[in-house]
Design a protein around this ligand. Sequence first.
Ligand code: GLC
Length: 715
Amino acid sequence: MEQTAIKQLLEQMSVQEKVAQLSQLTPQFLGREQGVITGPLADFPDGETYLNGLGSVLGTTDREEVIAIQKEHLAHDRLKIPLIFMQDVIHGYRTIFPIPLGLGSTFDPELVEILAHAAGAEAAQAGINVTFSPMADLVRDARWGRVMESTGEDSYLNSVLAAAMVRGYQGAPADLATDFSRIAACVKHFVGYGAAEAGRDYDTVDLSRLALAQDYLPAFAAAIDAGAKLVMPAFTLFEGVPAAANHFLIQQVLREQLHFDGTVISDWGALRELVSHGVAADLTKASEKAFNAGVDMDMMSGAYLTGLTTLIKNGQIAESLVDQAVLRILTLKNDLGLFEHPYRQVATALVAPESAPTQATRALAYQAAVASTVLLKNEQILPLSEKCRLAVTGPFADTGALLGSWHCQGRYEDTVTVLTGLQQQFEQVTVLPAPVSADPADYNEVDAILVTLGERENATGEASSQADLSLPPDQIALVKALKQTGKPIIAVIFSGRPLVLTAILPEVTALFYAWYPGTEGGTALAALLRGQALPQGRLAMTLPRATGQTPLYYNKLRVGRPANQANTIKYSSRFMDVANGGLFDFGFGLGYSPVSYTAPHFTQAQATMTMPAQITTTVTNTGDYPTIETVQCYLSLTNTEVVRPQRQLCHWQKVTLAPGASTTVKFDLTAADLAYVHSDLQRRTDEGPFQVYVGPNSQTELSAQGTFNASTSPK
Ligand code: GLC
């Protein structure tokens, strides 16, 4: 539809129709069975009278339901404006890929883009037009349950992967309207939700504008630059004002600074929560505040339906502003081709969502599960031979519950369990009966024990904060009992967050962190154990030594009294009882072969505004197996105007190395890489030297010094 036709449509809309267009409800408000409920269901005013002209529905569960709802809606809607259907497609629709924190650990934007496309395609076939993904929140506190929805603790990694997801969902700009495997992306939660106090969900956030600009905004900026069509403000505060009513955040930062011109949709019930926050006396005031701040669409508060019409009629809200919000939503519908194809999914000849997972999506799920799994320890036991007589135990030994929170329409019965995966790779696999015996005599027929550990799927995700990140005592006891058998123990952790593994680390011979790997979790793990697949994941979030260290992240700001590694300096920034740093730090992960690095050196040590500095290192596979190495490049700035992190990731490259093979990896350090946010909130580069670290993870000590010598700031 031409833009002029959309404007004509807008002109025909009554005030009430405009208000309804700005509202989103679950299917139950359309007289259907309850849809997917992801928040509190407050009492709504009687739905019936509000449904005419409703803008959007969230939480449908299948294609037939979408078709039926759209059909009924169009039969009654005076102006025949189609509904737009939204859903949380976070790491797959029916075929489930690893959780986003696992996807972060792949360090692989190309793969992440392909996965987002595959997830979006399944969702699109089920009638979904918009996904509430990517979550671009920076996460540093593993107590927060929603760390599983993020790609981790580094804002650069998050930026690259958030942009990849947007491209994967949406395709090229013109694709949305014509390619029915595409859906629109809603980046969330704008902004700072990950900084909730003590990791308690929905809790207070107090961030400086400097931290906002430097750490929290970049991934949103990247998603928006990649074309994300929607943005969802967070539940949390910025400078004392909830994001859903925050004029500064939405108008000044989002619209002016980040040039976002798409739709702003509230989070579930967030307008209603303005009343709980005590910044609005009632729903009408809440709708006034949210609308004036810039929220176009009200998800599940019923606040606009309650208050907006009166506010417009009383002149408290300008109808011209309402028109702009409606126009943004109509434009989004038009971008998706919904006026011409309100049932996009029916018009496609693509595979029905019911037939998923298909062979092709399973292959992707396998690839992703392999790439996201991080090998943390391997005392010369892995890979195993197919003849290895394996015993398996622990709470995840034979369950399909390997999908993780927000697994959309994923089903346990479609999931390959650990046991099934092992049976495909090993000649002899036994499941240890519970309680396990610690008597070595019972293990004469066993060569190694695989113990599956971790946390339940619903122990992470929304509203799943944890005050204690240790493994449960019964799991620690299980490992200790198994240790007495004298057999090598291989542990695999399934978790949505970094857990404290300090108690079991010395007991195990090998250790994998599999996050929640998804539909092909069991296949991937077994292939990794056998060496049919290469371990290559790198931690996207630091694993703490103790819960009390949290928030914990590698790119801490420099302090005046740094601790030493041995943790022996009295007047230094440290804990008395635990060393600083993680048990395993950001970027850490092993392959099956050791890789050596030459000291990095600059082939071009001086960067200018237009010319990058160039640093190279040579990496060599010194072992007997092929390996995939993630060569990481970190920047460290001193003599700066504001305090900077000890180091920050600025580039990486994944390289595949045959046994004995070497390759030289080169990184360009541009003025944009060297720029940082100054106290005037402007991002620019300082003159002078800088340090670059290149190595296998964030703790590498291999470094070299370059200089920057132009004083004007980059665009
Ligand atoms: C939630 C979440 C948000 C999600 C929305 C819709 O409460 O905070 O991430 O997209 O509801 O399900």
